[in-house]
Design a protein around this ligand. Structure first.
Ligand SMILES: *Cc1c(COP(=O)(O)O)cnc(C)c1O
Length: 365
C-alpha cells in the first residue's frame, strides 16, 4: 500500500521565468524546489515501538523547532543523497533508491533513530518529484539532487534517544558534471580522523561531516578540494575521502578499493562501480590499500589511475595526493581511460542511454 500524502501546495511557486533562470546555472545545493515532504514519528526506539504519520507535501520553507529540540544538542541527524534524471522521452527516473532507503535505516539504527519503511522512502521521493517535476533539468549531465534526512525532534535536554523524529525530503537542481572532468588534488590529513573503530563512520550522519570540516579547511589551504583519511588501526590503510569512496586502477586490469571495515561509508556509487568494472572484465579487489602501495604503484607506473566516487560528482579523477611530507602523483595527470569509461557507463544507465541490465532504475514520473 502506498503512503497517502496530504498536499498543501505552495501558493507562491517560482514563476517559469525564475525557475528557468535557476536551471540555467543551478550549481550545487543552492536553490530548492517549491515543495518538501515531511513525515512525523513518535515512539520509543529502545522499546521498538512507534509510528510514522502525518505524511505531507508542503511548501518548501523553514522548520520551526523548539530551542531544546534534541537534534540541536546531541546531533541525532542522518541523511541520504540521490538524484532524479530526466530521460529523453521526458520521463523521470532515479537510481537504486531502495539502496538509499536501506542505508538510511542502517544509519538510523546506529544513531538511535527510528527505521522508515523502504516503500515510504521511495513514495516520499516520488511525491516530491511528481509535484516539482518541472524542476528536473533536461540538459546533458544535469539532475535533480534529492536530499532525504531525519532528525530527532523531541524538545528535551535529557541524554537518551529522541521520542520524536522528522523525516523530510528536499530537492535541489544540480548542474552539469559532464563537460569538465578536471583531476583533483587531495589532501592527506595527518592530524584528523573522520571515523574510528566502533564509531559512526559507516553511518551517513551530519556529525561525520562536522568532524571532517577542520581537515577540509587544512586541505583547502593547500589547494586541495577533498581530504583523504587513513585508518590508523589498520596500519594507515587508505579509508576514504570526506564524502567519496576511492578506487585504484592497475595496468594489469585490477581495480582495488578499500574493503568495508565499519569505518567506511558504503557508497552506492562504489557498489555500482564495482559491478560495472566486473561487467567490463576487470578484477575487483576489496582489501586494505596502503600508502606504500600507492607510492610504489606510482613510481613503477603500474598504478595507472586513481579516482573518487559518489552521487554528487559521480567519478572524480585524482591527480595528486599531497601531505606535509610528500606528494604522490604528478601534476600533469589526465583523467584515466578506465575511470572515464566506468563514469560514462554509469551516466548512460542513469540517463537512459544504456540498457539497465541490473535493474537499477526506478521510474518516478
Ligand atoms: C555519501 C557518501 C559517500 C558516497 O556515497 P554514494 O552513495 O555513492 O553517494 C562516500 N563517503 C561518504 C563519507 C559519504 O557520506
Amino acid at each position: 500500500m502506498s503512503t497517502e500524502f496530504v498536499r498543501q501546495l505552495n501558493p507562491h511557486p517560482a514563476t517559469d521565468e525564475v525557475r528557468e533562470a535557476v536551471l540555467q546555472n543551478p550549481g550545487f545545493g543552492k536553490f530548492f524546489t517549491d515543495h518538501m515532504v515531511c513525515i512525523d514519528w513518535q515512539g520509543d526506539v529502545q522499546q521498538g515501538t512507534g509510528r510514522w504519520d502525518n505524511a505531507r507535501l508542503q511548501p518548501y520553507g523553514p522548520l520551526s523547532l523548539d530551542p531544546s529540540t534534541s537534534v540541536l544538542h546531541y546531533g541525532q541527524e542522518i541523511f541520504e543523497g540521490l538524484k532524479a534524471y530526466r530521460h529523453e522521452d521526458g520521463s523521470v527516473w532515479t537510481f537504486r533508491p531502495e539502496a538509499n532507503a536501506a542505508r538510511l535505516n542502517r544509519s538510523a539504527q546506529r544513531l538511535a533513530l527510528p527505521a522508515l519503511p523502504e516503500e515510504t522512502f521511495v513514495d516520499a521521493i516520488r511525491e516530491l518529484v511528481s509535484q516539482d517535476r518541472k524542476w528536473v533539468p533536461s540538459g546533458d549531465g544535469e539532475s535533480l539532487y534529492l536530499r532525504p534526512f531525519m532528525i530527532g525532534t523531541e524538545p528535551f535536554l535529557g541524554v537518551r534517544p529522541s521520542k520524536e523524529a522528522l523525516f523530510s525530503v528536499i530537492a535541489s537542481p544540480a548542474g552539469n558534471y559532464f563537460g569538465t572532468v578536471e583531476p583533483v588534488d587531495i589532501w592527506l590529513s595527518g592530524t584528523y580522523a573522520r571515523a574510528g573503530r566502533g564509531g559512526t563512520g559507516a553511518a551517513k550522519c551530519g556529525g561525520n561531516y562536522a568532524a571532517s570540516l577542520i581537515a577540509q579547511m587544512e586541505g583547502d589551504a593547500h589547494g586541495c578540494s577533498q581530504v583523504l583519511f587513513l585508518d590508523e588501526q589498520r596500519g594507515g590503510a587508505v579509508e576514504e575521502l570526506g564524502g567519496m569512496n576511492v578506487f585504484f586502477v592497475f595496468d594489469d586490469g585490477r581495480l582495488v578499493t578499500p574493503e568495508l571495515t565499519g569505518t567506511i561509508l558504503e557508497g552506492i556509487t562504489r557498489d555500482s562501480v564495482i559491478q560495472i568494472a566486473r561487467d567490463r572484465g576487470l578484477q575487483v579487489e576489496e582489501r586494505a590499500f596502503t600508502l606504500d602501495e600507492w607510492r610504489e604503484g606510482k613510481s613503477s607506473g603500474h598504478l595507472t589511475e586513481v579516482f573518487a566516487c559518489g552521487t554528487a560528482a559521480v567519478i572524480a579523477p585524482v591527480r595528486r595526493l599531497l601531505s606535509h611530507d610528500e606528494v604522490i602523483g604528478s601534476e600533469d595527470e589526465k583523467p584515466g581511460e578506465v575511470s572515464m569509461a566506468i563514469r560514462q557507463q554509469l551516466l548512460d544507465v542513469q540517463t537512459g542511454r544504456a540498457e539497465d541490465t541490473h535493474g537499477w532504475l526506478t521510474r518516478l514520473v
